[in-house]
Design a binder for this molecule. Structure first.
Ligand SMILES: C[S@@+](CC[C@H](N)C(=O)[O-])C[C@H]1O[C@@H](n2cnc3c(N)ncnc32)[C@H](O)[C@@H]1O
Length: 199
């Protein structure tokens, strides 16, 4: 199955049900993700792959968030959501500029080429001094297992990346200030990274 298509028939209620994977992905990493996202409160944010808006709620105020998602039907929040992909930000959002481009648990659906384009498109959409804040599944440890199991058990293509690969792609997109924070699971096994890159 081609990644995001699996959400086409999923309702927002079904999507928000707690599963072992959502527990693993959210509980511990959220201790690092949530405070960073709280800093975006009230700022002009583009949320790419916002799903039902689980994290969007953290920084949503009146009219400050725009979304992009392959499956916009999932989002019931008062947010304008463009239907489309992470590689098409400039086509969808036009000349709008944002203080932040946020994307949580979406980049796992992006192939290496697509991840590079997503970074380039995010940079173009940011105001000077704006930040790209995104999670990326780790190419090692639990991240590697997560990606492998998705393919083996459910036939879904997912991707994990090393810190070196992420940094190279961000540099190629001309981001200069790059911070990569480990989002480990229990017992310290790498699961994902929280990437913050300043324009
Ligand atoms: C695992 S969900 C994460 C949703 C939300 N960000 C969160 O953390 O709860 C992934 C979301 O990304 C969307 N998505 C997948 N591939 C995408 C792509 N290439 N471009 C934009 N959205 C995509 C899916 O439709 C889904 O809503």
């Amino acid at each position: 199955m081609k990644n995001y298509e699996r959400y086409l028939k999923t309702t927002a209620e079904e999507y928000d049900k707690e599963t072992i994977m959502s527990f693993l992905c959210r509980r511990l990493p959220d201790r690092k993700i949530v405070p960073i996202l709280q800093e975006m409160g009230g700022k002009k944010v583009l949320d790419v792959g916002l799903g039902t808006g689980h994290y969007t709620r953290i920084f949503l105020t009146e009219n400050n968030v725009t979304g992009i998602d392959r499956n916009p039907h999932l989002c019931k929040l008062p947010v304008k959501v463009y239907q489309g992909g992470a590689t098409e930000i400039s086509r969808l959002a036009g000349a709008k500029k944002f203080d932040g481009v946020v994307s949580t648990w979406m980049t796992e659906y992006l192939s290496p080429d697509e991840l590079g384009i997503f970074f380039v498109e995010s940079k173009k959409a940011l105001k000077a001094g704006g930040k790209l804040i995104t999670t990326v599944i780790s190419g090692y440890g639990l991240g590697f297992m997560y990606v492998t199991m998705a393919k083996m058990l459910r036939g879904i293509d997912k991707y994990g990346y090393t810190k070196k690969e992420i940094t190279e792609k961000l540099r190629a997109a001309e981001f200069t200030e790059i911070k990569i924070i480990n989002l480990n699971s229990w017992v310290g096994i790498p699961l994902a990274y929280l990437v913050i890159a300043k324009n």
